[in-house]
Design a protein. Structure first.
Length: 568
């Protein structure tokens, strides 16, 4: 398995701040756009000033391809909730600002005499060349337990990644780096006291989403949407239609397997848009995945990777702006596993009221069934004061080891959340954790892939108004009996008739499971698992994870990414 192919560069920007003059390696894709005594700025594969970036003396804005009509002097980081990275600089310092939710990644390295930063890992390597890259033990441990990259403990030694709403200041004379939060998603008073009825919250969601869609559509002529046949993307299609804009939908189905084409056809007839139906095979998924990994700053999930197939089709049609519903499930509790987690939390609270919570943990663990083992794990976790949050990957025979879980908790929680664990509602804590990590999980890979295909997007459910509203809505309006994201479903039904909602929906299966069930996919996975089990990353986990039966399959995206990036 040889992955040493030519990397296709992601459009990116970066810079070097140093008291001693430094030049980047010669690279035909890298263009120096600014140079003074201490600061050099570069773009990679991105020549479109005033589209990708705006620069004047002392001020730089990177929009990642979003067309902007505002002048640089009127840009307000507090009011603008699009995606951006802002740089302000003078002879004494530079200040970097990430957007409110880290829709664009920002990497940086602090050396003895310099500070290097970039919006892509590839450009960061060019600006700060090293002989080899090494993975971080803590970064790997976080990835194994959660399935995505951490900001504090990034996957590569010496490389840091900034979350949303951050201001980083590097003092040139002293080399001191400070970081503060200018947009605080953990300011919980913004989310408090929503006493609205379900109907009132539904109306507000509809108004906020329409406003955000109108704003994003400005300046773009050719519009596309990745349509799944579900709630989130279907709702966005209705909003684009409500803005009186033409658009084209792209939808995926698996060859010789289930698809959502009937639902898509119904919606396209009602809203009068064109549809491109794309059927993919296991071989398509594998080939596309290896192509995607070549240009990514992060290990790529298989479901995220197949969006690249849509982007290729949209690019050939001249699409400039692409919509999708990514991230809505995290704001509105839209995943089926959240219903199960709600039941676990309710059961624990009832047990604690009767004083049986510690006895229950032992009894459940003793039964030995995978379901009761996981229940016991959560009971023991809560008994030790470790708070309630999602995304933690558990094995069927998951055991609870207090010291290890305390370490994972300490790694996973940003400092602001650590201070809140006993002060706010469990589900608000859960949602704040999800909001903090959603960009790493959902936004960064599509952002980079879209740029490679000369198109952009702005996650539509992630305006400030929508995030504030979603986090203020009571959990019983999101999780209602067996229904997930109820309030969002009701909002989508306001202007999409029952004919759509009454159509059968099974749900498109996970692309990885579909590929895995094929002969080619099974061979691809098993060959990699064999290699993973002889790798240094596997040995590292065997050393650090108390449950020595390491699930090598969890490491597949990280392993392929590492082979592609680290070994080139």
């Amino acid at each position: 398995m040889n992955y040493n192919s030519t990397i296709k560069s992601v459009p990116a920007f970066g810079g070097i701040i140093s008291k001693t003059k430094k030049q980047s390696d010669d690279n035909p894709l890298v263009n120096q756009i600014y140079n003074n005594e201490s600061l050099q700025l570069f773009t990679c594969n991105a020549p479109k000033e005033n589209n990708y970036y705006i620069l004047n003396e002392g001020h730089f804005l990177w929009f990642g391809g979003t067309t902007k009509t505002s002048e640089i002097h009127s840009f307000d980081i507090f009011k603008n909730d699009d995606k951006f990275i802002q740089l302000k600089f003078d002879k004494d310092k530079i200040q970097l600002f990430t957007d409110h939710y880290s829709k664009i990644p920002l990497f940086y390295i602090q050396n003895d005499d310099s500070f290097v930063f970039s919006s892509s890992l590839e450009l960061l390597r060019i600006l700060n060349p090293t002989k080899t890259l090494e993975f971080s033990d803590d970064g790997l441990l976080f990835y194994y337990n959660f399935g995505f990259a951490d900001y504090k403990n990034f996957l590569v030694k010496g490389v840091n990644s900034a979350p949303g709403g951050q201001e980083l200041t590097y003092a040139i004379p002293t080399g001191k780096l400070t970081q503060i939060t200018y947009h605080n998603i953990f300011d919980v008073k913004s989310y408090a006291n929503n006493s609205n009825t379900l109907k009132q919250n539904v109306k507000q969601i509809d108004e906020v989403l329409l406003k955000a869609t109108k704003k994003t559509l400005q300046g773009f002529n050719s519009i596309g949407i990745a349509l799944s046949g579900g709630v989130d993307s279907g709702y966005l299609a209705q909003k684009i239609h409500e803005c009186n804009r033409d658009f084209k939908a792209y939808t995926l189905g698996f060859k010789d397997d289930y698809n959502e084409f009937e639902r898509i056809d119904y919606l396209s007839n009602k809203l009068d848009f064109k549809v491109q139906k794309i059927r993919i095979s296991p071989e398509d998924i594998i080939n596309n995945y290896l192509d995607v990994v070549e240009r990514s700053s992060f290990p790529v999930g298989f479901n995220n990777s197949i969006l690249n197939i849509i982007y290729k089709e949209a690019n050939s049609d001249g699409i400039e702006l692409m919509f999708d519903g990514d991230g809505a499930d995290r704001l509105f509790l839209g995943m089926n596993k959240y219903v199960q987690l709600q039941k676990i939390l309710q059961l624990y609270k009832r047990s604690k009221k009767t004083g049986m919570h510690k006895v229950m943990a032992a009894l459940l663990n003793g039964i030995g069934h995978p379901t009761t083992k996981k229940l016991s794990f959560y009971f023991q976790k809560f008994n030790e004061g470790i708070p309630f949050y999602g995304e933690r990957k558990l094995a069927n025979n998951q055991s609870f080891v207090k010291a290890y879980e305390a370490k994972i908790n300490d790694m996973a929680l940003p400092e602001e959340l650590k201070l809140m664990s006993n002060r706010i509602d469990d589900w608000l804590f859960f949602s704040l954790f999800s909001v903090y990590y959603t960009p790493s999980f959902f936004f960064h890979t599509p952002y980079e892939l879209q740029l490679c295909h000369n198109m952009v997007s702005n996650p539509q459910f992630w305006s400030d108004d929508m995030v504030d509203l979603a986090l203020s809505i009571p959990v019983d309006q999101k999780l209602h009996k067996k229904t997930t994201k109820k309030v969002l479903r009701e909002a989508a039904k306001l202007k999409i008739d029952d004919g759509y909602w009454n159509l059968s929906k099974i749900g498109l299966q996970n692309s990885y499971h579909y590929m895995r069930n094929s002969q080619k996919g099974s061979t691809f996975i098993n060959d990699h698992i064999s290699s993973i089990k002889t790798s240094d990353m596997y040995a590292c986990l065997k050393e650090h994870v108390p449950q020595k039966d390491i699930d090598a399959e969890r490491l597949l995206p990280f392993y392929i990414w590492k082979k592609t990036l680290f070994d080139t």
